[in-house]
Design a protein around this ligand. Sequence first.
Ligand code: GLA
Length: 353
Amino acid sequence: MPIPTIRPGTAILARAPGRVNLIGEHTDYNGGFVLPVAIPQQTTVEVVPREDLRVRVFSADMNEEREYVLGQEKEGQGWLDYVQGVTLLLAKNGYLLRGFDVRIGSEVPLGSGLSSSAALEVSLLRGLRQAFGLQLDDVKLALLGQKVETDFVGAPVGIMDQMASSLADQKAALFLDTRTMQHERVPLPEGMELIVIDSGVAHQHAAGDYKVRRAECERAASMLKVNQLRDLTEADLPKAMALPEPLGRRVRHVVTENARVLASVDALRAEDLPRLGQLLNASHESQSRDYEVSIPEIDLLVKLAQQEPDVYGARLTGGGFGGSIIAAAKAGSGAKAAAQVSTIQARRPNCGG
Ligand code: GLA
């Protein structure tokens, strides 16, 4: 397998992490609140600028090399679309590039709801920013990454993942208002540890279900005569519940989830971990019952985690229909609780173990 000639010492190295969302699911494309945290796993790119307009990409994970010419990006090329989307969107936004060789390697597992695609977009944008001196701040960079997904890859995602990959760290949750893009870091209490367990069931946001949820929200907002579901409060729920099924339940999830994010920020600041745990559990119930983005494998993992004595609460994290769960545990107990959940799950027949 030919590997692009990354001459030692000449490559520009850039990294970006995956993310796990503590709470605030399917609120971002409704103009609401989210609370993601960066995970230790990162995507790394090594960029070497070229004199011509050629882009040569080697993916260590796919063990595959592909190439194209700037200005001739063409959709439908699988994983290469994330790279092509980045160069096309940069050009469309007036950023001048030359060709480059790039080697991509990622520790963020694909399809596990931990934003491997945002980590790729953000790390590549960082590498190109450095290689070509692009005037791009971290928020603008995240917005471009999101446009790669919506305008090129064809996944109508919100802004949470790219903002998290661009701005979050592991010690604080990024409290983001996706309507105004105002954000604040809320430190994670020392007494708490986060656990993430991958169900092993991969999801795909360019595929149907995520798009359907998004369309349902837009339809409900227009029927309720608001710009976005963010504009509704719990007082509007009786009106929302009179909409045709399942729109009322979709609205109820978004409205109550936004309130849970605000309450979780208060709980983190007060270091009230039992309260945070209740909010995580309630979020899962709402995602499973009202928003219908969970699957049996995930429901089981969440239930097993919730039964662990040192776990405060647990929920499905990310877009759903597969992916991972997040649980908040007592500091020092996370690894044990996670091992316990995985062991019990593996013993159950037909449950994705
Ligand atoms: C995916 C999307 C995000 C967000 C979540 C659900 O991760 O990329 O924008 O909508 O799903 O909260």
